[in-house]
Ligand binder design. Structure first.
Ligand code: ADP
Ligand code: MG
Length: 505
């Protein structure tokens, strides 16, 4: 049977896995002999070439204008483009280059062993990704030359990897602290069905915040009266941050480490102990813990900390001993620390899912319904100004429908506006500035109607997360769908795929 692969396309690092001969997933190392590849792309100034991974990351200090990092954060932003060397590049194109690098490196390794190239893969996505970001991720996979078998939620992948047998009957949390994002999910495995009960997170909190805290501390301690924020645009800043990351990783293994950096051509050394590092970053760990409680609060059914049987730690930042320590103190349940490879668990779980889709019966689990990733509502006038009243909440199941009733506000109006706003709130009412308008249509009533005529807005969400609205008023009924902005035409995907197939990144 053709081999299939699992790919974790991460905000900071990416990783590819396959099922080994013993039936267990293994990571395919890249050509730098590392398990994960930085999700960083650097475009050469003088040629059409680009570098992806370690080489691009280490070049970040030298060529910030040519380097793209953290692109996954922009996937939900349909108009986001980076101008590089006079060309405009989109998040999908950058993501495709990262995937292409993973695949090319894996293929080179596999070809030594006479193995077939990577073609079919499952790619993972954050649980909070909406329909559009999922579709864009699939397009990036196609451009990279892959046949995308499925997209799988990252926490689900982690759970699959940590063993579905041991999780039967349990309610557990997946705590995923990566490089630039933090995600928390609460899941349950019952009668072989894996369901998500809650998802939450902070997409601006991750390992890089620990790096910055460490750098700020070292700057102070070395008598330099600046912070990273003051100097972030300066030439040295990116390299200093990389030095901080190295020191941080050393502090995961050792009680003390030396932070070496160069600022304005002068070298500095500062010895730092793990306990000081833990003190200066305690507030960051606190925010992740607060989010764990919030995830419990907004769960689909009422849950308390005692209901959590286990916690699975995912993401490279979970290697920091302070994370385990703090969570164990806070939640008195067991942590899954067998085969503890938090930065590889997601890719491995994706490989297991890919094998399942090919008919492998050894992973005996059914994926239950996902949760909605976003909330949707319409604008209303309140005493506090214009607010959005949510009609579908992100904490409701994915497949869901609800109806909203209002009435026309002017005498003799012949049109009624049907607007839909997307947001991540879990409240019924949200300030409009915290939402994005994704639909702005009008229902033509065919002639004037009296003030106060009732209007019905029926909103549905299908299993792919795609939202439809039916507007009804005065006997007129019309269905509207949300346009997915920013998606590429199939022709564009094919052209980019052809272009990349002839390129080596
Ligand atoms: P993402 O999911 O964001 O793509 P990862 O799960 O690979 O990324 O996490 C990357 C983060 O993990 C980085 O901030 C990196 O510095 C951090 N990290 C990786 N290994 C260690 C370690 N041994 N100790 C502390 N932090 C680590
Ligand atoms: Mg990740």
């Amino acid at each position: 049977m053709e081999e299939v692969f699992g790919i974790d396309l991460g905000t900071t690092n990416s990783c590819v896995a396959v099922i080994g001969e013993d039936g267990l997933p293994v990571i395919i190392k890249n050509l730098d002999d590392e398990f994960t590849t930085p999700s960083v792309v650097c475009y050469d100034e003088d040629s059409d070439e680009c570098y992806v991974g370690k080489e691009a990351k280490s070049g970040m200090g030298g060529a910030p204008d040519q380097t793209v990092a953290f692109i996954k954060r922009e996937m939900s932003n349909p108009n986001y483009r980076r101008e590089i060397n006079g060309k405009s590049v989109s998040p999908v194109e950058v993501s495709a280059l990262i995937l292409k690098k993973l695949v090319d490196d894996a293929n080179e390794r596999r070809s030594y062993d006479g193995l077939s190239p990577v073609r079919k893969a499952v790619i993972t996505v954050p649980a909070y990704f909406g329909a559009m970001e999922r579709e864009l991720t699939a397009q990036a996979g196609q451009i990279a030359g892959l046949e995308v078998l499925d997209l799988l939620n990252e926490p689900t992948a982690a759970a699959l990897n940590y063993g579905t047998k041991g999780l039967e009957g349990k309610t557990f949390m997946v705590y995923d602290l990566g490089g630039g994002t933090f995600d928390i999910s609460i899941m349950r495995m019952q009668n072989g069905v894996l369901t998500t009960l809650s998802t939450d997170g902070d997409h601006k909190l991750g390992g890089v915040d620990w790096d910055i805290a460490l750098l700020d501390f070292a700057l102070q301690a070395c008598g330099l009266d600046v912070t990273y924020d003051d100097i972030r645009e300066e030439k040295d800043a990116a390299k200093m941050l990389l030095s901080a990351e190295i020191c941080k990783k050393n502090l995961s293994k050792n009680d003390r480490a030396t932070f070496k950096f160069v600022y304005k051509r002068k070298p500095y050394f500062k010895e730092i102990s793990r306990s000081v590092f833990e003190e200066i970053t305690e507030n960051l760990v606190d925010s992740t813990v607060d989010m764990m409680y919030h995830a419990l609060k907004i769960a689909r059914e009422p849950l308390s900390p005692e209901d959590i049987d286990e916690i699975i730690l995912v993401g490279g930042s979970s290697y920091m001993p302070m994370i385990k320590k703090r969570i164990q103190k806070e939640f008195r349940c067991s942590l899954r620390l067998d085969m503890f490879e938090p930065d590889r668990a997601v890719a491995k779980g994706a490989a297991l899912h890919a094998a399942r889709l090919q008919g492998d019966r050894s992973v005996n689990v059914q994926l239950g319904e996902d949760m909605g990733a976003r909330s949707y509502g319409t604008d209303i006038n309140t005493e506090n100004g214009v607010m959005v009243q949510n009609i579908l909440l992100r904490t409701s199941p994915m497949i869901y429908e609800n109806t909203f009733y209002f009435s026309t506000s002017n005498e003799g109006q012949s049109m009624v506006s049907i607007s839909l706003f997307e947001n991540t709130s879990v409240e019924e009412y949200v300030p409009i500035k915290k939402t994005t308008r994704i639909m702005d249509k009008s229902l033509d009533l065919g002639g004037p109607v009296p003030k106060g005529t009732s209007v019905v807005m029926h909103v549905t969400r299908n299993k792919e997360g795609i939202v439809h609205v039916i507007g009804e008023c005065n006997g007129v009924r019309e269905e509207f769908s949300v346009e997915t902005k920013g998606l590429l035409e199939q022709g564009e995907v094919d052209a980019l795929r052809k272009f990349l197939s002839e390129k080596r990144v």
